[in-house]
Write a protein that binds this ligand. Structure first.
Ligand code: PMP
Length: 357
């Protein structure tokens, strides 16, 4: 306990860019008052009502949604902030912790593409650490890169996109402990993993860990654009200060709230997706032209074939779009397939059965 308290006193704010730490936030009309009021003449909105109430600005703090996330998912209210998709959170983290033209972030390749794109748009360097040949996290190489390159943020995507691989939480914990900067753990697909151990539980002992969640996958709300940052309250408050004031639209907050409140159904659908993922993976393994099926803990399956480009085009001609990942390092001739509805998977199975190399 003493150790815990000692570590909790770490001043994580010293990692922030100084101009972010000292930022005087924009004070939006809606964040200045709390309580109930019937006459809202503070925000230069239209008096024309109807249309789901979109004449009003949305809650800048996403309070109802965050309360629901606390109730249903156990994510403490003061540790959550909502982004316009987790993509906005990735962008914001880079802007909060990295100095343009000076700092770097670290990623393990192959992984999700926007970490490096947002780094580049902020003029921040990207340090690439390849995964091991079996597509696992190369802990030693990550440790070496941290010591040598001193990245300000280490991104770890688990389950990883596009491989579907979960990295052991103790490896993530060791990396975060060795990393003097921020370790950002992207758990976009964590809901689909069996016996998943979330890095949210690491934050209390190590406030340099931040976790990204999203309602775009298991919660079936990709169109609402709701990403969730789970972080030490110092980082959470800074995010709130630095983000665009009304970053999550009113209708999106409503849709997100409905999705979170429907958690029982979310869990049921996740079970169904896992079952379908397993069936599809064994179906793929039975096909003569499939060289390798990568074990996945996400809502997609990656597989290797003889000629991925030709198979991709064949599927496209039948109106089926999958993702060709062949240009990623170590992923020559691979396709990534999202687990769809029963009908969609049946169409795909039919198309694959008709394919000859
Ligand atoms: N992280 C990962 C690993 C993803 O694959 C994606 C989207 N495909 C995102 C984040 C972005 O999600 P969001 O819709 O919340 O922006």
């Amino acid at each position: 306990m003493a150790k815990y308290e000692e570590e909790r006193t770490e001043d994580v704010s010293s990692l922030l860019n100084p101009w972010i730490r000292e930022l005087v936030p924009y004070s939006s009309a809606r964040s200045e008052f709390s309580g109930k009021a019937d006459v809202l003449l503070d925000a230069n909105e239209s008096w024309v009502g109807g249309n789901d109430g979109v004449n009003r600005y949305p809650d800048p703090l996403c309070r109802e949604l965050r309360k629901a996330l606390e109730e249903k998912l156990g994510l403490p209210y003061e540790m959550t902030a909502i982004g316009n998709g987790s993509d906005e959170i990735i962008d914001m983290l880079i802007r909060m912790f990295c100095a343009p033209g000076k700092d770097s972030v670290m990623i393990e390749r192959p992984t999700y593409g926007t970490y490096s794109v947002f780094a580049r748009t902020s003029c921040v360097d990207v340090v690439d650490v390849p995964l091991t040949p079996s597509l696992d996290l190369d802990e030693e190489a990550v440790m070496r890169a941290i010591a040598e390159k001193k990245p300000r943020i280490v991104f770890i995507c688990t389950p990883n996109n596009p491989t579907g691989r979960v990295y052991p939480l103790d490896a993530v914990e060791r990396i975060a402990a060795a990393n003097p900067g921020i370790t950002a753990v992207d758990e976009a697909y964590g809901d689909f993993a069996e016996n998943f151990h979330s890095a949210v539980n690491l934050i209390a002992a190590n406030p340099r860990v931040v976790v990204l969640r999203t309602l775009s996958k298991a919660f079936a709300a990709a169109g609402a654009r709701i990403g969730v940052l789970v972080a030490d309250p110092v980082i959470q408050r800074t995010f709130m200060k630095a983000k665009p004031p009304y970053n999550v639209p009113l209708l999106s907050q409503k849709a997100g709230l409905a999705a979170v409140n429907d958690y029982e159904n979310v869990k049921r659908r996740v079970e169904e997706t896992r079952r379908r993922r397993k069936d599809f993976a064994s179906f793929l393994s039975s096909l003569p032209f499939v060289r390798e099926v990568f074990p996945s803990e996400a809502n997609f399956v990656l597989f290797r074939t003889g000629d991925a480009a030709a198979l991709y085009t064949c599927l496209l001609e039948k109106g089926i779009v999958v993702r060709n990942r062949s240009s990623d390092p170590m992923l020559e001739n691979t396709l990534r397939v999202t687990i769809g509805s029963e009908e969609e998977m049946e169409k795909l199975r039919e198309a694959l059965c008709g394919w000859r190399e």
